[in-house]
Ligand binder design. Structure first.
Ligand code: GLY
Length: 408
């Protein structure tokens, strides 16, 4: 469907949806509080029953419905603490702060792990939210140390942070997901006054814009670089259907990442990039009517393919922010409302099921046969973030709660 047609559809639906949005978030957060109490219990039970030490937070379910708990080292370890902080932010109820604190403190060990690019996912989504809402100086120190550790992965010849280590297929792989880790670096400059974090983030975003994107603004997943010369060696889509395909979550990471880069820099190039990515996603003929994509846009035509609710939740959260910067703001906000409407209506778990996760039907890594059509913690994270943003906009507040006020 062309952008023009989407605009007409969006405007027709707009009025109904904005009325719906007023109480959508309240209902979804009531459900989220109920479910998360269950997930806290299930996590405690699984930790007590398990043999591995150091397991911290819930990540997903096995195909049999067993809970997968991960250690702080896992890239998904910080999302659950983030979910608990979002519940605190929405409700103002100290119970949620008490629940989030131990999950957040346990993430501190990660601040010196220089073997990962996922520092933002791990530390910013947990400790970053904690600092935003409490202003506790301990959290600030963790954020700064984490940013220092992350920039050790920057190669100035390439102009990027390295994503994965010790993978024999690649010399210097950079994945589109890495755009999400830049938010930690922008924050570190604001907290410290040291511009080197900001400069690293901007250089990474610019190199990614140059090499990750195709002419239609879809992105590859992995670009492999020669670390000596900075030359691009390969362009691949490791977590997608094929190298030339558009992996749904990767497109959502790009949309979120460039929207955030525009917020942090004011550089219109990033705004335009985010708008172009949104154009690719929402004009895509493979996008289902409910705006929850199949796991890869190019696999959608094959029978029996799973959806990826996480990609939809990430895109919804990004679109609310983008709607406040763009001349197409009404369209983006309506799209985001439609996504949340779909997620709330057809993708939420039944209360007391799914061991307490919120959303069903996410797909983690289909080619690796891992986490296919299951609840995954990052889908819940971006769902809650999108709901918070929806409610803030309905209340005529700034979309991002930078000051950490608990009043929505
Ligand atoms: N590496 C993050 C993802 O699977 O989207």
């Amino acid at each position: 469907m062309k952008m023009k047609h989407l605009l007409i559809l969006a405007l027709l639906n707009g009025l109904t949806l904005s009325l719906f949005a007023q109480n959508n978030a309240d209902k979804a957060f009531a459900f989220a509080q109920h479910q998360t109490k269950l997930l806290l219990n299930e996590t405690d039970k699984a930790k007590k029953a398990g043999t591995k030490p150091n397991l911290l937070s819930p990540r997903s379910l096995t195909p049999n419905g067993d809970l997968i708990i991960v250690a702080p080292k896992d890239w998904c370890s910080g999302f659950f603490a983030g979910n608990l902080w979002f519940l605190y932010e929405y409700t103002g109820d100290k119970y949620w702060k008490e629940q989030s604190t131990p999950y957040t403190i346990a993430m501190e060990t990660e601040k010196i792990d220089s073997g990962t690019h996922d520092m933002g996912f791990k530390v910013y989504n947990s400790v970053g939210n904690a600092y935003r809402l409490t202003h506790d100086q301990q959290y600030k120190a963790v954020i700064l140390q984490s940013a220092k550790t992350l920039i050790t992965r920057f190669n100035p010849v390439i102009g990027c942070l390295k994503s994965w280590d010790n993978r024999k297929e690649w010399k210097f792989p950079v994945i589109i997901d890495n755009m999400m880790n830049l938010e930690l670096l922008f924050e570190a400059t604001k907290l410290s006054g040291d511009s080197s974090f900001y400069k690293t983030a901007v250089t990474h975003a610019n190199t990614t814009m140059k090499n990750h994107f195709r002419d239609n603004y879809s992105s590859y997943h992995v670009i492999d670089y020669d670390p000596e010369t900075g030359r691009v060696l390969h362009k691949q889509t490791h977590q997608g259907f094929s190298d030339s395909s558009s992996w749904a979550r990767g497109q959502a990471w790009g949309l979120y990442g460039y929207t955030m880069c525009y917020r942090e820099t004011g550089n219109k190039i990033y705004l335009q990039q985010a708008e172009n990515i949104a154009g690719f996603i929402f004009s895509n003929p493979a996008m289902p009517a409910d705006l929850v994509p199949y796991w890869d846009y190019d696999a959608a035509k094959l029978p029996g393919q799973p959806r990826d609710a996480s990609a939809a939740a990430i895109a919804a959260s990004a679109l609310y922010e983008l709607s406040t910067y763009s001349k197409n703001g009404d369209l983006y906000k309506t799209m985001a409302d439609r996504i949340l409407n779909s997620l709330g209506r057809s993708y939420q778990a039944r209360p007391d099921s799914a061991r307490g996760f919120l959303l069903l039907h996410s797909t983690g890594h289909k080619p690796a046969k891992s986490e296919i059509d299951v609840p995954i913690v990052y889908a819940d994270y971006y769902y809650l973030e999108a709901l918070l943003r929806q409610k803030r906009l309905a209340n005529k507040k700034a979309v991002i709660n930078v000051a950490g006020s608990l009043k929505n």
